[in-house]
Design a protein around this ligand. Structure first.
Ligand code: DLL
Length: 443
């Protein structure tokens, strides 16, 4: 039976009370904040004001939360076109921090924060860490990169505000990470899922069994990962792996975070207003249906984002969670609308390959997808590492495994790939976001 909504269970940080706000109060707060942010953007951001005028809209047009649909979308290209500071709504004298995200092509995008914005972000990250059961006394190894990337500093300030002990180790230097994890009695780690896999593997090589360490929680995000990947991670390390979601344009990490029920990240809705739209047409998706996540920041002063198209594919569910939070949840984001590969006319997402590979015993969660074109025809090769036992096994056993993998991928995707089994530790490891795909057709 679902638990009734109510106050936060004892043991939570007082800041988590916002996660349990009665729904009517939450919607009321969202509307007030939305009206204020639209006014602010209208007054201070030329691009937004122009687009509103083209549509004969003024801030007063927003009377209900659903009126958000009247407003123009903001796209990543708008940030590029106004690079570096064109979407700022505060003068530089009020801006106390800049971050940037490089993306795959062209200019980076730059994002700005006032002190109030940083405080709100810290509050979101504090609540994110509290939501998965972290508290004062926890020792948090923060292996997200510090720098222009939002991961490091975002998690850092949230963990400090929670009262936990933060180890600002940043990404990389894997052997030192393992030494610190062991010697400092680390109880929680923040990093990408792919880097955590690398840590497990390297720990094994160094004779450290993570299952014997006090480490109990991973705050893993910044890249798509599948449920199969979570299961592998949890089985090999004995931690609980929580999914944390966020993006630079909106704030950084801490837009949404899983609770101990691990049934999809709860969106911090008092700060970020979610919509789901059809990625092609931009029309609202039906309730609970999958589509592209669109976010509006409700409390960001330096750089309000109105209806930002994230390209992340998910669904928003208002189904009650057993934790009692009133915050809606997003479904795990395992793909982006712009991640899609079209191979011989068939649409393919890397996460489909991940799920298909990990369903087969004998594989390791390290793989590469290589797309090329030969004589005008697309080719798909999947390289996957297999366990040492399988790799040293008979040719027959290897061929059997290969055939199973081809079949598994074909069943999931409709494409028959070339599967190449490679020895453990052959493929390159990432220290941040993993790069799974090489599309040589584009070279
Ligand atoms: O990755 C912020 C972040 C840092 C989130 C640390 C979580 C933890 P960007 O570099 O701007 O910001 O990349 C944002 O990464 O639009 C998604 O496509 C992807 N992403 C982030 N978190 C998740 C997740 C940070 N939990 C882009 N699951 C987003 C799937 C994720 N994809």
């Amino acid at each position: 039976m679902m638990k009734q909504h109510g106050p936060p269970p004892s043991g939570f940080h007082p800041a988590s009370a916002m996660d349990f706000l009665p729904l009517a109060q939450l919607r009321d707060l969202q509307l007030k904040r939305m009206q204020a942010i639209v006014s602010r953007a209208y007054e201070h951001v030329t691009l937004f004001r122009q687009r509103m005028k083209e549509r004969d809209l003024t801030p007063a047009s927003v009377q209900t939360l659903d009126d958000v649909r009247l407003l123009p979308f903001t796209e990543k290209n708008d940030l590029r076109a106004t690079y570096p500071f064109g979407l700022f709504a505060s003068p530089m004298t009020e801006i106390v921090r800049l971050h940037a995200s490089s993306g795959t092509t062209g200019k980076p995008i730059v994002v700005a924060y006032t002190q109030e914005d940083l405080d709100a972000w810290t509050n979101a990250m504090l609540r994110a860490l509290a939501a998965c059961g972290l508290h004062k006394g926890d020792i948090v190894q923060n292996a997200y990169g510090y720098g222009l990337f939002t991961g490091g500093l975002g998690a850092h300030y949230g963990a400090e505000a929670l009262g936990a002990t933060v180890i600002p180790i940043s990404g990389g230097n894997t052997d030192r990470q393992i030494m610190v994890m062991k010697d400092f009695g680390v109880t929680a780690i923040c990093c990408t899922p792919s880097y955590f896999l690398h840590l497990i593997e390297r720990a094994g090589e160094l004779g450290v069994n993570m299952k014997n360490l006090p480490l109990r929680a991973g705050i893993l995000g910044a890249e798509p990962w599948t449920e199969a990947m979570r299961q592998r991670i949890e089985a090999e390390s004995a931690i609980k792996a929580y999914d944390i979601y966020g993006l630079s344009e909106i704030v950084g990490p801490g837009v949404a975070m899983e609770c101990p029920h691990q049934s999809g990240p709860h969106i911090f809705e008092d700060l970020f207003y979610p919509e789901v739209v059809d990625p092609k047409t931009g029309a609202p998706a039906p309730d609970e249906a999958e589509g592209e996540l669109v976010l509006t920041t409700l409390a960001k002063r330096a750089m309000p984002m109105i209806r930002y198209r994230t390209h992340d594919i998910t669904a928003v569910t208002s189904e009650t969670c057993a934790c009692g939070r009133t915050l809606r949840r997003i479904k795990r984001i395992s793909r982006r609308s712009d991640d899609m590969l079209i191979i011989r006319g068939i649409n393919l997402y890397p996460s489909q390959i991940e799920a298909a590979l990990l369903a087969v015993e004998g594989t390791l969660p390290h793989y590469q997808i290589i797309v090329d074109r030969e004589k005008g025809l697309d080719t798909l090769e999947v390289q996957v590492e297999v366990t040492a036992e399988f790799f040293s096994d008979t040719v027959g056993a290897m061929e059997g495994l290969q055939a199973k993998l081809v079949h598994s991928i074909e069943t999931v995707t409709g494409l028959r790939p070339q599967v190449r089994l490679v020895a453990p530790r052959t493929l390159q490891r990432s220290e941040g976001k993993a790069k799974r795909v090489q599309d040589k057709r584009k070279l």
